[in-house]
Design a protein around this ligand. Structure first.
Ligand SMILES: NC(=O)c1ccc[n+]([C@@H]2O[C@H](COP(=O)([O-])OP(=O)(O)OC[C@H]3O[C@@H](n4cnc5c(N)ncnc54)[C@H](OP(=O)(O)O)[C@@H]3O)[C@@H](O)[C@H]2O)c1
Length: 271
């Protein structure tokens, strides 16, 4: 698919188009034969969040439920821990499934308007197959291919601005590979590239680091010094992610941290 065609909705003539997708060293052919997507992007939507019980995913699920959308999460352990879920969680369908076993979850894509991919790791466990290449790269490509095949209108990929400290560069290489592969599919897609995300129950950084990011992130003049890697609150990232999942148009280019802060930041909306 050419660059100009990127982001357009599939037409009937796309049915049967073959895409070559690179999955960790092996080319894979996939035939697109999905149904045509619905034309409208207004009213109540059906949103599928891959990784909906995670730190960012559950903030997105909460916001989407509160905005009146129908929400389904796909994650191996199903719903979030009771300690971090509120009453809104009762309105979400929690599908317990591994993204690498799409036969166990692809039926939730039926009739979905938007799919948000919010899976990622900063720590690898290679003996269990948990590597940056697979989880930060292949998982997103698989979810996007399934979305394309199901005729979903839009695929939102939560990526990252940078490789976290003391982490292999493969973290970001895999994310950029997924971004490129997803952009070539016949599903409209949009990429968010936040820097570090802080907030309650942040699972990745020690509490003092989470608090420090919170302090830095709240002062725009300080946060701006970090450029694309500026810390962002989970509320801001959740708001941005929901907006790009439901809005009428999305940009072709990835949305970076400074843009997320300007358009969705707390000082604008009073987080
Ligand atoms: N947090 C940050 O500071 C930050 C910064 C920049 C970018 N990001 C990006 O934002 C996204 C979300 O990050 P997060 O902090 O919300 O991560 P998180 O809290 O670790 O959540 C990850 C989610 O992915 C699910 N998951 C992992 N492996 C899976 C698999 N094989 N099949 C199905 N579900 C799976 C987890 O649930 P189960 O374990 O139950 O499967 C969980 O719901 C990632 O792409 C990350 O790289 C995060």
């Amino acid at each position: 698919m050419s660059g100009k065609e990127r982001g357009r909705k599939p037409s009937e003539s796309d049915a049967g188009a073959v895409h070559q997708i690179h999955l960790e060293g092996m080319p894979m052919c996939v035939v697109w034969g999905g149904t045509l997507p619905s034309a409208a992007r207004s009213g109540d939507m059906k949103i599928v969040v891959i990784g909906g019980n995670g730190f960012i995913g559950r903030e997105l699920c909460r916001r989407a439920v509160e905005a009146g959308h129908e929400v389904t999460s796909v994650a191996r352990s199903g719903p979030p821990d009771p300690a971090v879920r509120g009453p809104w969680a009762a309105a979400v369908e929690w599908r317990a499934a591994d993204v690498f076993a799409p036969q166990d979850w692809r039926n939730v894509l039926e009739g979905a308007d938007s799919v948000v991919h919010s899976i990622g790791i900063i720590e690898e466990h290679p003996t269990e197959g948990v590597t940056f290449e697979r989880v930060n790269g292949d998982a997103g490509i698989i979810a996007a291919l399934e979305s394309e095949r199901a005729g979903v209108d839009r695929f939102v990929y939560v990526s990252s601005s940078t490789t976290p400290p003391r982490t292999r560069s493969a973290y970001l290489t895999a994310k950029r590979r997924a971004e490129a592969a997803i952009a070539d599919l016949a599903v409209e897609s949009v990429v968010l590239r936040p820097g570090p995300v802080y907030g309650p129950e942040q699972p990745h950084f020690p509490a003092p680091v989470n608090a420090l990011f919170g302090l830095l992130g709240r002062f725009d003049v300080v946060a701006r010094q970090f450029g694309a890697d500026r810390p962002l609150s989970v509320e801001t990232v959740g708001r941005a992610t929901l907006d790009v999942a439901v809005r009428e148009r999305v940009p072709d280019e990835p949305i970076d941290g400074p843009t997320i802060a300007t358009q969705y930041g707390g000082s604008r909306t009073g987080d």
